[in-house]
Design a protein around this ligand. Structure first.
Ligand SMILES: [Zn+2]
Length: 424
């Protein structure tokens, strides 16, 4: 199959020469890869009509709920939702039921995703058996089966000793270690950020220190061992300051945030709005500002979705009983473009790097670029016309989002993964 995508504004964040100014041109695809020149006439020519042609997005952090909670999402609906949001590669967290802590489950996920064909699904294996934090999972066997990283996301790796061992093991298998930083002795039982709104609403608060003390621990371990660590879903100024200082000393720490941490603050919890309940919780407006500054100066490398589908009933209940998290695949592009690029806070190139080349590097994948020879992963996007996000139009099985009805700029209109159209 030869595809010619013509007449588009081509932006490849990997090449510095393109700068922030897109070049009008074409992208050619043959045998699932980008090529300089087609070996014959195109089987299909797609006129991009002046839309932007970008590398397919890569999500380093999502939850597909499969196996075990397919009523919320499964690998097919989740990867379809990802394609609709412009993603071609997604890395899914192991807190399924049962936990992905052994090779058979890794193979199941990869095979089911390959059969569905909507996106490249890269499983992340558990750090500890059952994510219980007691002994290491079968990391070597999972690596053979195709995991790209290890994480106990959803729960912290509570002891520094186990985290240190995980970093050592992961380095032997060239796997990333992704740390969900949460000190449960500080966070336990908390419902939202500890501050003015938790006081007004009478909800138990989670101090930002519950996150930052563990960020400090993991930076210290990375410094001591000389091994890399990646900090998941950074939400507060204190964590960002620690990461910034560690990076300045040359510590191999990388970090991610999620759209909700630069779009929303704890104010969104007013009226006991369960769609604003997350872990880590939405923080203060000052923390939101710190997240933006962290993105701007490169302290935060990556924007991930933390796509966390939940059934309607798990949100339509008392705040204290509601599940944490929101769906994210189908709003990440629009929120990032509207709130970061259109506002001038980040250049188009810089923002795209946070969702393409940098997650590719974290996950050790040769992806996130339009360079000839790379996998033909593309998103065709409209950056000029506003659209209204409607949660009922999502491909995800779940509807838990605080962004319903929001007017956004930046909308993926077609996604191509390995030369196959996965969304149109
Ligand atoms: Zn987490």
């Amino acid at each position: 199959m030869r595809i010619a995508l013509t007449n588009g504004l081509v932006v490849d964040p990997i090449s510095a020469e393109t700068g922030t100014q897109p070049v009008t041109g074409s992208v050619l695809i043959e045998n699932e890869k980008f090529v300089d020149k087609l070996s014959g006439p195109a089987d299909r020519t797609i006129d991009a009509g002046g839309l932007h042609i970008l590398p397919g997005l890569i999500d380093a952090h999502c939850h597909l709920r499969d196996p075990g909670q397919e009523y919320k999402e499964d690998i097919i609906s989740g990867s379809k939702s990802a394609a609709q949001g412009g993603f071609t590669t997604i890395a899914c967290m192991p807190n399924t039921k049962p936990v992905c802590d052994h090779a058979a489950l890794v193979s199941y996920m990869r095979e089911k995703a390959a059969r569905a064909g909507f996106a490249r699904v890269l499983p992340i294996g558990a750090v500890s058996k059952g994510q219980q934090g007691r002994e290491l999972a079968e990391i070597g066997l999972m690596a053979e089966a195709g995991i790209v990283a290890i994480s106990d996301d959803g729960s912290p790796v509570a002891t520094a000793d186990l985290m240190r061992k995980a970093m050592l093991y992961a380095s032997h298998f060239n796997l990333a270690v992704i740390s969900h930083c949460e000190d449960l002795s500080l966070a336990g039982g908390g419902q939202m950020n500890e501050g003015i709104w938790s006081t007004i609403l009478g909800l138990k608060g989670i101090p930002s220190a519950a996150e930052s003390v563990m960020v400090a621990r993991d930076c210290q371990l990375a410094e001591y061992t000389g091994l890399p660590v990646h900090i998941a879903h950074v939400s507060c100024r204190a964590s960002i300051r620690i990461i910034r200082e560690a990076k300045a000393r040359g510590v191999a720490v990388t970090a991610e945030t999620c759209p909700h941490y630069f779009v929303l603050s704890e104010d969104a919890c007013q009226g006991f709005n369960t769609q604003a309940k997350m872990n880590p919780p939405l923080r203060t407006p000052d923390d939101v500002q710190a997240v933006i500054e962290g993105l701007q100066d490169g302290t935060i490398d990556i924007i991930a979705t933390d796509h966390a589908p939940h059934h309607e009933d798990e949100k339509a209940c008392e705040f204290a009983l509601a599940s944490n998290g929101i769906v994210g695949f189908e709003t990440a592009f629009g929120l990032g473009y509207t709130l970061l690029v259109k506002t001038g806070l980040l250049s188009l190139n810089h923002w795209l790097q946070t969702m393409t080349t940098r997650p590719a590097r974290l996950l050790r994948q040769p992806l996130g670029t339009l360079q000839p020879g790379s996998s033909a992963d593309v998103v065709l996007a409209d950056l000029n016309n506003p659209w209204t996000f409607d949660r009922n139009q999502m491909a995800s099985k779940s509807r838990n989002t605080p962004f319903h009805g929001m007017e956004l700029f930046g909308r993926p209109l077609m996604t191509i993964c390995e030369g196959r159209i996965t969304y149109d």
